[in-house]
Ligand binder design. Structure first.
Ligand code: SAH
Ligand code: SF4
Length: 371
């Protein structure tokens, strides 16, 4: 394991002096669509093409501050630095696995919260795992993020900044960022509007041009928002964190299940598939002696039989203060084999970076305990 101290976010005026959004949060460059940036610059008497130059600088050239956007005249760069923070996240620490293929970044927000982002490099793709909330209200039994409840939603800008940071980090390693998963801290469908704006900004061809099909939104099962997502113009992928095939067990693991039980969740998934024609991934964090029995695997196969889906069995990333453990490799394969026998495409996915606490919310939990 390697720990690297990095400089904090580049900006000139203190954030406390900047204009605040209605929610009392600083609006950064990364909060704005290109149209919003154009209107802002037009209102300051600048031509609209300046917005496109800036947009190209941040999303095309991946500039790390206004100073690096040399297509803009210096006085404009100075004015922007005073008026619109380039970003609001400060890097606290960055941890990489020995092989360098998983890099986890811990950020501090303007209001002293901690947020984490993971970049995972594979031979054929580079994926960023983005956080959408500080904490989470769902409180799943095995998840480090849910332990302290929800502190607040992240803004679109705070999420876009995580993606751009990962794109820069990947570019420094000679790799383009190709995929995004909303599988960091928080429940994206509880921060729906900001998440959709994120997708719009990333998808814009004049910027990153991040294909919606390369974006996966993972949810613990917020039924009305699954329906809303099916109506969105973006062809994003949907992952549903199922973790159990029956209500008793699922309610113990994912408390939101008491509000949206499995029958309602499955009906929403069926509506989603009927409307979009897109396959759903069901995530299944496998825990020894909890949800890994042969009978449970059979129930899961029965539940999903005939549905357009794929199951990802994820051996649990154990969390220090929680009593759950992953089964042994033979038990994991046995479980996956039973589900597969019901004709459900099933993959065992070991989550990256166990050695660097890359399970959702773990690095932040360590930081909070230390400070
Ligand atoms: N809140 C959303 C997205 C973030 S969590 C959701 O729950 O889907 C991303 C994934 O990590 C979810 O499938 C979640 O259940 C899983 N997860 C959380 N803690 C984990 C752990 N300790 N080990 C393995 N998977 C975990
Ligand atoms: Fe929240 Fe997802 Fe963690 Fe559950 S698994 S507590 S929904 S972040």
């Amino acid at each position: 394991m390697e720990t690297v101290a990095l400089p904090t976010a580049s900006s000139s005026a203190p954030l406390a002096l900047r204009p605040l959004s209605r929610a009392g949060r600083p609006v950064s460059l990364f909060d704005l669509t290109l149209e919003e940036l154009e209107s802002r610059l037009l209102a300051q008497g600048e031509p609209a093409f300046r917005a496109r130059q800036l947009w190209h600088g941040i999303y095309g050239d991946l500039c790390d501050g206004y100073d690096a956007v040399t297509t803009l005249p210096l006085p404009l760069r100075t004015a922007l630095a005073d008026d619109l923070p380039f970003g609001t996240l400060a890097t606290v620490r960055e941890v990489a696995t020995d092989d360098g293929e998983t890099v986890k970044t811990l950020y501090r927000t303007f209001d002293g919260q901690f947020v984490e982002t993971v970049l995972m490099l594979y031979p054929d793709r580079a994926t960023v795992c983005v956080s959408c909330q500080v904490g989470c209200a769902v409180g799943c039994a095995f998840c480090a993020t849910g332990l302290g409840g929800l502190t607040r939603n992240l803004t679109t800008g705070e999420m876009v900044e995580q993606v751009v940071g990962a794109a820069r980090r990947a570019a420094a390693l000679g790799r383009p960022l190709t995929n995004l998963v909303m599988m960091g801290m928080g429940e994206p469908l509880h921060n729906y509007a900001a998440t959709m704006k994120l997708v719009g900004i990333l998808n814009d061809r004049r910027g990153l041009g991040f294909g919606a099909r390369r974006i996966t939104i993972s949810t613990s099962g917020v039924v009305p928002r699954i329906d809303a997502l099916a109506d969105e113009p973006y062809q994003v992928n949907l992952a549903v964190s199922l973790h159990a095939p029956t209500d008793d067990l699922r309610t113990r693991l994912v408390p939101l299940n008491s509000r949206y039980p499995i029958a309602e969740l499955m009906a929403a998934c069926d509506r989603y598939v009927a409307k979009t024609g897109r396959r759903i991934s069901f995530e299944y964090a496998l825990m020894a002696g909890i949800n890994d029995g042969d009978d449970v695997a059979q129930d899961l196969g029965e539940l999903l039989r005939g549905r357009l889906c794929h199951v990802n069995v994820i051996p649990l990333n154990p969390v220090d203060v929680l009593p759950y453990e992953r089964p042994d490799p033979a038990g994991i394969e046995r479980f996956a084999g039973i589900v597969r026998a019901a004709d459900i495409p099933t993959t065992v996915r070991y989550s990256r970076g166990v050695a660097i606490a890359a399970a959702c919310g773990q690095l932040r939990a360590e930081q909070s305990a230390a400070s």
